[in-house]
Write a protein that binds this ligand. Structure first.
Ligand code: PGA
Length: 275
């Protein structure tokens, strides 16, 4: 089973033409924003702005708040070009974990993907790399594509430890993922210092890290590494996206603030399609 199958909502098969190439992916992480009506209005505005020409080879993912996943799946049922992701999940399938939501619950809602290990989850909710590994395992067990976030803090970069930190996150987070499964995973490099700050990685910084991630994936997963989409995230917006998306190892973006404004998100789509 390939993750590509998950992107074609309501179908059991996957589009093998996409399987051969790393996909371009534009993912919008809405975080804890939008009330239900606002969420629907945002989806409608995105759908209105989409056409096959505008989409090109880009896959769009939206990650609304948990309580809006059902309405998003329903609203997008006939729009398979837009996948729906949750912003986190619990590592266990069921049990006494008050307030938590499991991967099989998300799959039962026809959700396609789950963001795992976002820095806000790591910072505010104490998620560890070991937790991420279990969550990724649970996603893969339940046919959900994990969008695994990695990235260093400002201090870690200043002290020259950026790659060491990201490598550790990859090593632990992906420790239970096989070569067959890695193509079901999307990786997002999000330098913590760039998230929601307006400070964006330079193209040199982004390519250096994406290149290192790709090389690490090659060493561990060989040919499959080419098929793992690597997204950049952190203050990515229409004014800076083109130069980031043009980088050889950047296959798309994980977008926070700019994903809440349809006009901006569609402008990012244009930048990615043209890259
Ligand atoms: P930002 O957030 O685009 O608002 O910086 C990115 C993210 O947190 O995924």
């Amino acid at each position: 089973m390939s993750c590509i199958g998950f992107w074609i909502r309501g179908h059991e098969t996957f589009d093998s033409s996409l399987y051969l190439h790393p996909m371009k992916i534009l993912a919008g992480n809405w975080k804890m924003n939008t009330l239900p009506e606002e969420g629907l209005a945002l989806l409608d505005a995105l759908v209105l702005g989409l056409s096959p020409e505008r989409l090109g080879e880009v896959r769009i993912v939206v990650a609304p708040p948990m309580v809006q996943l059902s309405q998003a799946v329903e609203r997008l049922w006939n729009v398979p070009e837009i996948s729906v992701a949750a912003q986190t999940c619990h590592q266990q399938s069921m049990g006494a974990f008050t307030g938590e939501i499991s991967a099989p619950m998300l799959r039962a809602l026809d959700v396609d993907a789950v963001i795992i290990g976002h820095s806000e989850r790591r910072n505010y909710f104490n998620e560890t790399d070991a937790d991420c590994a279990e969550k990724i395992r649970s996603c893969l067990n339940h046919e959900l594509s994990p969008i695994f976030c990695v990235g260093e803090t400002h201090q870690e970069r200043q002290s020259g430890r950026a790659w060491e930190v990201v490598k550790n996150q990859l090593q632990t987070g992906l420790s239970q993922v096989s070569s067959e499964e890695i193509v079901d995973v999307v990786i997002a490099y999000e330098p913590v210092w760039a998230i929601g700050t307006g400070e964006v990685a330079t193209p040199e910084q982004a390519q250096e890290m994406h290149g290192a991630i790709r090389q690490w994936l090659r060493e561990k997963y060989h040919a499959s590494a080419q098929n793992v989409p690597l997204l950049y995230g952190g203050s990515c917006k229409p004014s800076n996206a083109a130069e980031l998306f043009a980088l050889p190892d950047v296959d798309g973006g994980l977008i926070g603030g700019a994903s809440l404004v349809a006009h901006d998100f569609l402008a990012l789509l244009d930048a990615l399609r043209e890259s």
